[in-house]
Design a protein around this ligand. Sequence first.
Ligand SMILES: [Fe+2]
Length: 191
Amino acid sequence: MADRKDLPRYTVPSLTRAAGDKVARILQERLNSLTDLHLTLKHVHWNVVGPHFIAVHEMIDPQVDAVRAMTDAVAERIATLGVSPVGTPGALVKARTWDDYHLGRATAIEHLGALDEVYEGVITSHRKAAKDTEGVDDVTNDLLIGHLHDLELFHWFVRAHLESAGGELSTSGATTELGAARKAKQKKATG
Ligand SMILES: [Fe+2]
């Protein structure tokens, strides 16, 4: 392979610089996603209203702290791989492939419905990134798998509010945040 000018000047031992570069690119996408997630979670913390306000308001903050710690670990892994992590808001908005969170002030159940969709998207991408780094860089793979333990637990915390005693999710079949919020609200009104 020809030496590319934009490859890192060094990377971690036993990886080629091209492999280090590839892993760092995968991680940059995860950094964007996790930064977006902890900001979105704070937005929910500030905008949730109505019954169950305090339960959701207080449930969110430990998730914000945990996800923010994940961004730090991901960014520092990118630097460790010899690549400059990009953490500025403008770059994130330019690079991201998803829209801003759609809800402003809304009830707990609507935000939880929308958050079910948010976590669905983040976890799906995180699992793909973990798969894509498997066998290429086991340390990065381990880092991402570690995050998934917490992300999937937080997803369950959200989903437990949307689950019936029969184990069915009120957001089942939704494909957008607003659609999920609507379904969660309807189910609450009728169920
Ligand atoms: Fe607060």
